[in-house]
Design a protein around this ligand. Structure first.
Ligand SMILES: [Zn+2]
Length: 195
């Protein structure tokens, strides 16, 4: 990293720390020629493109915040959520792309969340897939029941994609416009988990 003061090509890292909730590393460097110090940011190559078009670094913490709301009152531990966020990151990173749409992150949440807690999954899916009627819930529940009866006792090993395609199938009848799926908002999730 070239020194911004004297253009010398060699510098030494004197301090490294996480920034942006672990999505970036901030390094304090010292120029080996002039001795002056400067800061560099090393950002994770995975960015999330929001509906507004703005991008932000992928954050497991944000995944957890979104899912935690759907898990209110459910027997889901912090460890479970951390593991879920890890799996979501693995899934979206597997695309090999440096930038993914926010909807893709939401979609990657559905499978692992369904394995974790079916009620939380329904809450999250109702927001993410924009359920509009009791019929949408009934379809999703029927899909859960069908899978449960087809593969008793094997829920843990089911690949996330199976859960995904079922959720998508359950959504087909509703003819939701392509732009509809979105990450949940606080108010939407509260409405979904209300009385
Ligand atoms: Zn220098």
């Amino acid at each position: 990293m070239r020194c911004p003061f004297c253009r010398h090509s060699d510098s030494r890292v004197v301090d490294s720390r996480e920034a942006e909730e672990g999505a970036a590393i901030r390094r304090r460097r010292s120029c080996s020629a002039c001795g002056r110090r400067f800061t560099t940011m090393e950002e994770a190559s995975l960015r999330v493109r929001k509906r507004s078009g703005a991008t932000e670094p992928f954050s497991r913490a944000k995944v957890i915040v979104g899912v935690r709301k759907a898990c209110q009152g459910r027997p889901v531990r912090s460890d479970d959520l951390a593991l879920l966020a890890e799996r979501v990151e693995e899934t979206v990173r597997a695309s090999g792309s440096a930038e993914v749409a926010a909807e893709d992150v939401g979609r990657a949440i559905l499978g692992p969340l369904r394995e974790l807690d079916e009620v939380a999954y329904l809450r999250f899916a109702s927001v993410y897939l924009a359920f509009e009627s009791l019929g949408d819930f009934e379809d999703a529940i029927a899909a859960l029941r069908a899978d449960a009866s087809q593969a008793p006792g094997s829920r843990g090993g089911r690949p996330a994609t199976a859960a995904l395609s079922t959720a998508a199938a359950a959504d087909q009848n509703t003819a939701v416009p392509a732009g509809r799926p979105r990450l949940p908002t606080v108010s939407a999730l509260q409405a979904a988990s209300g009385p």
